[in-house]
Design a protein around this ligand. Structure first.
Ligand code: MN
Length: 249
């Protein structure tokens, strides 16, 4: 028998001062609604203060014991110091509350064979946490528009999916997606493949090839098109299904 998956979302999407100077941390409700609609029970995983490895490790251990799957949400740029690079002049805003914690959380979740679904920044984070590298800025590399000026639910560029990949089994061999990124995966972690690309060669999805593992990153935002696009719905469903725990009856 299987039980309802518990998906943790590595919070936050962003931290912002409100007009009373309180710092608010939040995650877009679209991520957890898509997961809930796909049958998951969702919890948010706030990061402890950065710089305290013992506190981070304790949080991560507890979080992993509570969850059966991990969703890495979108957001701002990742600090390139975690791949031993200085910041490019084209690097956007980074968030020290997120990077260190999410990188370590992802490493530990992967080590524990937990299903992981990375979205946009989450795709890049998955690559970086497991030994890959990202472009700090793809403006000089990309030949098509990846920061679309169309509303978030609009599908703008075509992706070509690698045959026989996990992604192909979920969404088929091509799809149109939305696109809101100026960073992208540059080098894959060991054992991973680029499972989708745009016509300009930008990596739009990555996945683990170790059989039976669900570690998938997509560069687009399927949570924005969950209600209007079948392949977006199929992605969340596949992740939630992979996160079901099977208990011997
Ligand atoms: Mn794109």
């Amino acid at each position: 028998m299987s039980t309802q998956p518990v998906i943790g979302i590595a919070y936050s999407d962003f931290a912002k001062r409100d007009n009373e100077m309180r710092i608010r941390t939040y995650v877009s409700r679209k991520y957890y609604h898509a997961l809930q609609e796909s049958g998951a029970f969702v919890i948010l995983l706030p990061a402890p203060l950065p710089g305290n490895k013992r506190a981070a490790d304790a949080h991560i251990k507890k979080y992993l014991s509570l969850c059966s799957g991990l969703l890495l949400a979108g957001g701002g740029d990742i600090n390139p110091r975690f791949q031993n690079e200085d910041p490019s002049p084209f690097l956007g805003a980074t968030n020290p509350f997120r990077d260190e914690f999410e990188l370590e959380l992802t490493k530990q979740a992967y080590k524990a064979s937990m299903p992981i679904f990375g979205i946009c920044r989450g795709c890049q984070l998955l690559a970086m946490a497991l030994g890959g590298k990202i472009y700090q800025d793809i403006t000089q590399t990309a030949k098509i528009q990846h920061t679309q000026q169309t509303p978030r639910w609009g599908l703008t560029h075509k992706i070509t999916v690698k045959p026989s990949s996990l992604l192909a089994s979920v969404i088929g061999l091509e799809a149109y997606t939305n696109s809101f990124h100026h960073q992208a995966v540059k080098a894959l972690p060991k054992g991973f493949i680029a499972s989708a690309q745009t016509s300009d060669g930008i990596i739009e999805a990555i996945e683990d090839t170790n059989k039976g593992r669900f570690a998938l990153g997509v560069q687009w935002h399927p949570e924005e098109t969950f209600y209007t696009d079948e392949s977006s719905k199929a992605l969340f469903k596949a992740f939630v299904r992979a996160s079901e725990i099977t208990i011997e009856a």
